[in-house]
Design a binder for this molecule. Structure first.
Ligand code: FES
Length: 310
């Protein structure tokens, strides 16, 4: 086994029993939200090396919301099986999950949970604010509104084409509080990612720092034997449900969190979502509100919300 791995230029002394960290990558040019993940993986590797681990990156099925038909949701469980068997069948001690577009986050968390090894998710981060004619436009939210305007004859096709270039103008996932931003917030509130995982824009250098620090942390988590079942407790899910209410998160969080809870053996039902019913919505983001994820980061991001909830 060692001999074959050496064909990648790994020095002999790195096969000394140090933690092997898998980097589970959903990079794909067909998933534009995750198209920057090969670069992001390099920052994770730096951190793993610094902490004395051996990083090994591997691809899994990538689910892109904007291109995949009939719907990415049809393939969430298939992707989670890919993740689970890739982790279970290969020699790794811990894993970093590179997630972004909507279904990639639950698929990777679910697959890793079935293997129950130390794991940390690193989200790819939201795009910068869309800006068109002095106003914020959010991916998803804006495109529906403007396509209706084209049909109503209040916007020309040329204006629409210009607006679409202004909307998704940087790397990253949708910058509204849609499913991608919601699930990145769930990662953070569950304890499955580092603080500020949800809101640092994809192109902000601090996103690369977060990936770097996650690479360091996962090596320590292996040494601490901090497996996913020790983090994904019933209390962690209750925190996440309350957080979802406070951020005005996507209703898709309901199906994804219940599926994740089942993978790790925690009882969670639809009724448990009543825990969020008395929690005020603290975050004013599109699609229901006004602002976008870049603004959310500058306002303190999820740590500020969690502090308020506390
Ligand atoms: Fe990927 Fe919205 S299309 S997050």
């Amino acid at each position: 086994h060692r001999s074959w791995m050496k064909n990648q230029g790994i020095p002999h002394d790195e096969f000394d029993g140090r933690p092997v960290i898998g980097i589970c990558n959903t990079w794909s040019e067909l998933t534009p939200c995750n198209a920057h993940f090969r670069e992001l993986a390099e920052y994770v590797k730096k951190g793993v090396h610094e902490a004395g681990g051996l990083p090994l990156e591997f691809p899994v099925m990538s689910l892109g919301e904007s291109n995949l038909r009939p719907t990415a949701m049809l393939f969430r469980n298939l992707a989670s099986m890919d993740v689970e068997e890739s982790i279970r069948g290969n020699p790794m001690d811990g894993v970093i999950l590179l997630v972004g577009c909507d279904k990639t986050t639950p698929a990777l968390l679910m697959g890793a949970a079935s293997c129950n090894l130390p794991a940390l998710a690193v989200s790819g981060g939201p795009m910068l604010n869309g800006r068109f004619r002095g106003k914020n436009i959010g991916s998803g939210t804006g495109v529906w509104q403007m396509s209706e305007e084209v049909r109503a004859g209040t916007m020309t096709q040329e204006e629409f084409t210009e607006a679409e270039s202004c909307m998704n103008r940087s790397r990253g996932h949708c910058m509204t509080m849609g499913t991608a931003s919601t699930m990145a917030s769930m990662v953070e509130s569950l304890g499955m990612g580092l603080p500020h995982n949800a809101a640092i824009p994809a192109v902000d250098a601090r996103r690369q720092v977060l990936a770097h620090l996650a690479g360091r942390r996962i090596v320590d988590m292996v040494r601490e034997d901090l497996t996913m079942d020790k983090i994904l407790t019933r209390q962690a899910f209750e925190n996440a449900i309350r957080t979802n209410a406070a951020i005005g998160g996507s209703t898709n969080a309901v199906v994804h969190l219940i599926a994740l809870a089942k993978r790790i053996g925690v009882e969670l039902s639809l009724e448990d979502w009543e825990l969020g019913s008395n929690v005020p919505c603290l975050v004013n983001l599109q699609p229901s509100g006004e602002y976008l994820m870049e603004d959310f980061y500058y306002a303190g991001g999820l740590p500020a919300v969690l502090k308020q909830l506390g």
